[in-house]
Every structure is written in structure tokens, then in C-alpha cells.
Design a protein around this ligand. Structure first.
Ligand code: GLC
Length: 417
């Protein structure tokens, strides 16, 4: 499947529905590619970073070739790049992936050289995050568009989205609902607001120094921050191995501040972290997988323990964990994208975090359930956690990549480094 979706220098998430390069898909795809072609795995990440913006941002989509199968395309984003890109970003897994490719490399010499090339670029992206998305220096970065979270239509955004207008949007035709079941996809009301934000940012010339304060949608997502924190620490490890002391120190400091600040998002009643609405400083009452993902970073042991219990509670209601939203919440929808379904990429990060935090049995169960899902239902985009029904797009790249990772670490008690 990884070969089938390979376009030479980048891999599409799946044919039809997503015909371009996506940021975190690529970084996770490289983890699968490394099992059969290390050079190709490095290239996947290098291609993404070849389209990094001068300010350090790495865009969420690179539109390498024209395709009318996806909306919104380059003409809507109008980011004025030689090779068009979107104007927003996505969860920064690159640092984590670079470390994994580097430390696990069979081919050590090229790995060293390629990691050394990527190091300052990933570092610039991390610096961009804290400068542009944490202008008050709180230690946590905000997302300005739900698509940045990678969890497009999560229940987490519903409340904050009420503040986003939906008037004055240029007429448009969605393409996603032609490739996938509309009842599995975001609603029209959500789509209108996604586009309203794009139009606002475009009107501000995609000037990141202005977007944060101008956006009516500014949410601090614990999962997103945890991925960034993990990547900062991973990048610091690589920098140390390559003798880049100042990159190492900067990233270590970012991670330490981030971890300390994450405490503010902990909710004892929910047994997990919650998103914070930066426009009003309030926690958002929505128990999503975004608040479970922090186990991927080095959170305190007691927090990881609570999160393990929360997942156990979920598994009393579901055949497959980890659901993208708490199934006890009446807003949970088993088939609608990020409002309930299980995804293998989040399972991967959560299983890895649980293993490091001393919960190998639960991690093994998550891996086993993930493999059962693909055995039963194929390499879907995501799955109904009650019935295992495959949902969204099919023959999905990152699902396949995660399976290779699961098979490689299964039974070895091997935590990804
Ligand atoms: C959807 C997902 C996002 C992913 C993209 C491509 O937008 O929500 O996380 O990166 O599809 O697979």
C-alpha cells in the first residue's frame, strides 16, 4: 500500500480523497517506509521540509501537482508559494520521526548526514511555534484552525466554533463527500466555518505575526502540544548525538516549559487533559483523545496512570480502543471521523507513551486491537470502535505504516525511542 500511494518523492494519504502531501501523514509514513527502504523514508520528510516557509512554518498540505479532486485547493489558500501549499500547519511529529529514523537506522552514515541536514529545519519549525503560536510565552502553543490539530471535526472545537462566523463565504463545492460517505464526514456548518477562517487568514496575507491575535479560534490542544514536546526532546537527543549543543539546549528548554505548562490543562474529574480556549482562558468540557495523547510526552507518572484508567473505562463500552472521543459522552458518534472512531496513528502514539510510562500490558492490548482492526476490516482511514466497520477512505497510507511499526515492536516490549 505504501508503494501504491508513493508518488516518487512523497506519498499521498490515499488515492482520490487526499491527492497531495500531508504533513503529519508523511512523517508517520516514513516510519513505515523505513522497514523496507530507509533512503525513501528520509526522502519523505525531506520533501516536506523542502516546502517549509521562510518564517519556519511547515504547511499542512503541499500541492505538488494539480488535482481537482480535493477542496479547498491552492486557489482558495492563495499562499503565493512557488509550489502551492496550504497556509496552516499540522501536529509536529517530524522531530520524533527524525529521531526514530536516525537511531534505528541500519545504514548509519547516510542517516547521520540526512539527520544533520534536517536538524536546523525542524528546529526552525519548533522555534516558529513558540514565537507565533505562544506570543505571551505561556509555554503552550495554540492552533488557529481545527485542521491544524489533525482532528478536523473533534467535539473539542464545537463551542469555540460558535464564535466563528459563517457569512460571506465564497460559493464552494465540497469534494470529500464524493469520495467518502457524507455521514462519516464533517457537516456543512463546520465546513463553512473552516472556510471562513481560511478567508480571514488569506485576507491578512498569511502573515503569521498577525494571525494569532486576529483569529476568533485560538485553542490550546493538549495532544498537539504533547506531540510538540515529545518532538522537542527527540530533536534535542539527535542534536546531542550530532554535537549541536545549542539546538539541543533550546529544544530541551522548550520541552521542559511545555511539560510544566501542560499541568494547567489537567482535569481530575475527567481523568485526562482538556483543551483550553485561549480567547477566554477556560477549559473546554470535552473528553477527546486530544487529552489522552499527552501520555506520548513525558508527563508525570500519576497522570499517565489516570489516563490508563480512563482508557480501561472506555474499553468497558467499546470493543476497540482508543476512541477519538469518550463513548460515555452523549455527543459521541461512532462513525463520524474524529467524533468517536478509532485511528491507528493515535493508537500508535498512545501505546508508545503507555509503554514508556510503565503500562506495557495496556499498550500491548492497544497494539493487538489495532492489528485485529486491519485484519477484520482492511487498511481503512479509521474504524467504528464498536463494530470495527471500516470508515472514510480505504487503502490508507498511514494505517499501513502503523501496521509495519506495530508488527516490528509487537511482543518485543520495544518502545519506539
Ligand atoms: C484528515 C485528517 C488529518 C489527516 C488528513 C490526511 O484531514 O483529519 O489528520 O492529516 O485527513 O490524511
Amino acid at each position: 500500500m505504501l508503494r501504491e500511494n508513493d508518488r516518487g518523492t512523497y506519498t499521498v494519504p490515499t488515492r482520490g480523497l487526499y491527492p497531495f502531501q500531508w504533513n503529519w501523514d508523511s512523517c508517520l509514513t516514513a516510519l513505515g517506509q523505513r522497514h523496507f527502504d530507509e533512503a525513501r523514508a528520509w526522502l519523505e520528510i525531506e520533501t516536506l521540509f523542502a516546502h517549509q516557509w521562510p518564517d519556519g512554518m511547515v504547511p499542512h498540505i503541499v500541492f505538488h501537482v494539480p488535482s481537482d479532486g480535493y477542496f479547498p485547493g491552492p486557489e482558495v489558500w492563495a499562499t503565493n508559494r512557488l509550489v502551492p501549499t496550504s497556509g496552516i500547519t499540522q501536529p509536529p511529529v517530524a522531530g520524533f520521526s527524525v529521531k526514530r529514523l536516525f537511531t534505528e537506522a541500519r545504514d548509519k552514515t547516510p542517516a547521520r548526514a540526512r539527520a544533520a541536514e534536517l536538524l536546523p529545519k525542524v528546529d526552525a519549525w519548533h522555534r516558529w511555534f513558540y514565537a507565533m503560536r505562544d506570543p505571551q510565552g505561556e509555554g503552550l502553543v495554540a492552533i488557529l484552525h481545527p485542521w491544524e490539530s489533525g482532528r478536523d471535526n473533534s467535539i473539542d472545537w464545537d463551542e469555540a466554533f460558535r464564535r466563528v462566523p459563517s457569512d460571506g463565504i465564497e460559493p464552494y463545492t465540497r469534494r470529500d463527500t464524493q469520495h467518502a460517505d457524507p455521514s462519516h464526514r464533517p457537516t456543512k456548518e463546520q465546513y463553512d466555518r473552516y472556510l471562513w477562517l481560511v478567508q480571514l487568514f488569506r485576507g491578512l496575507g498569511w502573515d503569521n505575526a498577525r494571525l494569532h491575535d486576529a483569529s476568533p479560534f485560538r485553542v490550546v490542544d493538549p495532544g498537539f502540544n504533547a506531540i510538540l514536546i515529545r518532538s522537542c526532546n527527540a530533536l534535542a537527543d539527535v542534536a546531542e548525538a550530532l554535537g549541536e549543543a545549542s539546538i539541543a539546549a533550546d529544544n530541551r528548554a522548550r520541552a521542559a516549559r511545555g511539560l510544566a505548562a501542560l499541568e494547567r490543562l489537567w482535569s481530575a474529574p475527567h481523568g485526562q487533559y482538556l483543551c483550553l480556549d485561549r480567547t477566554n482562558g477556560a477549559l473546554i468540557d470535552s473528553a477527546s483523545i486530544g487529552g489522552i495523547l499527552p501520555v506520548f510526552a513525558a508527563i508525570p507518572k500519576a497522570r499517565a496512570e489516570e489516563i490508563a484508567r480512563t482508557i480501561e473505562r472506555q474499553s468497558e463500552r467499546l470493543r476497540y480502543v482508543v476512541a477519538s472521543h469518550d463513548p460515555a459522552d452523549p455527543r459521541f458518534e461512532a462513525k463520524r471521523y474524529w467524533r468517536g472512531p478509532a485511528w491507528l496513528v493515535t493508537n500508535y502514539m498512545i501505546a508508545d507513551g503507555l509503554r514508556s510510562a510503565g503500562h506495557p500490558a495496556l499498550a500491548d492490548r492497544i497494539v493487538a486491537m489495532s492489528l485485529e482492526l486491519i485484519t477484520q476490516s482492511g487498511f481503512a482511514e479509521y474504524y467504528d470502535p464498536v463494530t470495527a466497520e471500516p470508515c472514510g477512505g480505504g487503502r490508507f497510507t498511514w494505517t499501513a505504516a502503523m501496521v509495519l511499526e506495530f508488527l516490528a515492536t509487537e511482543g518485543q516490549n520495544g518502545s519506539p525511542t
